[in-house]
Design a protein around this ligand. Structure first.
Ligand code: RIB
Ligand code: CA
Length: 328
């Protein structure tokens, strides 16, 4: 018999092995799942959520973040960031996420409002407070992240790492070669890829291995929990748009891959590669070009997630989401 004895000298002190993060996002259905994982997983300490224009306009992505926080009863502040890309014309994705950016279910009206402080200044405040400890996880266009790098160059080296859902190596989803988060602000992605901080990138090549099937969405519904039924409704909407546009019958959990890397990096196979973003091409604008054959003789600048242990991914995801089943 194993005695589960709690004793101060037999247990590691609180917080050991916990990853501190700020989640910069554009909710967005998959961003919503990323928020829940970041707020619920015991491996993570979510210090704040920052929002950026992307899947929808900033007022929508910010409201959506507040609604997800309210629905899950998370105690975390939301800071609005950039309302438009650094240089290019703005694009949004109503064909995927609906006109509000999070269609498919009615979420509770948030009690909390977005904070006054700008997202980029909040990121700087946290990096100053916790030098070397902050993971900046980006699941939308990289505008806020790039602006942090430009506005606070002395703080960049104090970031622990940037983990981004960004890019596509073998394919895109907005053009044949460009992925939405990069295509929505390629100049921002360029600033981030050229920065000196440790970077991890979850491209479409890996996120398309995390497709939540209809029966897995149904598992949430069968819990009988109102929150998880609302989540299942959102995911069914997301699945329906992917079926219409890409003939993919599932909810592609792009953004949760970035958060899951922090929770358990062993779920992924990775490779350190040299990656650049195309800024001048007509057909290739916003393409992330990964030098997989090392032809450019450049030092790798980013850890690219390549393969996923799908069972381990979904086991941990359900472990986190099902914590909501006991919340009202
Ligand atoms: O290309 C997928 C990415 O674009 C995801 O972050 C999704 O939420 C959208 O923002
Ligand atoms: Ca997103």
């Amino acid at each position: 018999m194993v005695y589960n004895i709690y004793h101060p000298i037999l247990q590691p002190p609180e917080g050991i092995g916990v990853e501190r993060l700020i989640l910069d996002c554009d909710p967005g259905h998959d961003d919503a799942i990323a928020i829940l994982m970041a707020g619920l997983d015991e491996k993570l300490e979510l210090l704040g959520i920052t929002t950026v224009a992307g899947n929808s306009y900033l007022e929508n992505t910010t409201m959506n973040a507040l609604k997800v926080v309210e629905m899950a009863g998370l105690d975390v502040d939301v800071y609005a960031g950039c309302a438009r890309p650094l240089l290019r014309d703005q694009i949004v994705a109503p064909e995927i996420h609906g006109s509000t950016g999070l269609e498919g279910a009615k979420l509770p009206t948030p009690k909390r409002q977005a904070e006054e402080k700008h997202a980029v200044d909040f990121i700087a405040e946290m990096v100053k407070a916790y030098p070397g400890e902050i993971n900046l996880v980006a699941t939308g266009p990289l505008t806020n992240v790039a602006l942090f790098i430009i506005r606070y160059p002395d703080l960049v080296e104090k970031l622990k790492r940037i983990v981004m859902m960004a890019g596509g190596i073998a394919f895109g989803n907005v053009t044949p070669v460009a992925e939405f988060n990069v295509y929505a602000d390629p100049e921002a992605a360029n600033v981030v890829l050229r920065s000196s901080v440790e970077k991890v990138m979850a491209p479409l090549d890996v996120t398309h291995q995390a497709i939540m099937a209809a029966e897995e969405i149904e598992r949430l519904r069968k819990t009988g929990s109102h929150i998880l039924q609302t989540l299942a409704d959102l995911l069914d909407f997301f699945r329906s748009t992917y079926l219409d546009l890409f003939d993919i019958d599932g909810a592609v959990l792009h953004d949760p891959c970035a958060v899951m890397y922090l929770i358990d990096p062993t779920i992924f196979e990775c490779e350190d590669l040299y990656v650049e973003v195309e800024l001048d091409g007509n057909l290739t604008y916003g393409q992330t070009v990964a030098d997989i054959w090392k032809t450019m003789k450049m030092k790798p600048n980013v850890r690219v997630l390549k393969r996923i242990d799908r069972k381990a991914f979904f086991d941990r995801l359900f472990e986190d989401l099902e914590k909501l089943a006991v919340r009202k």
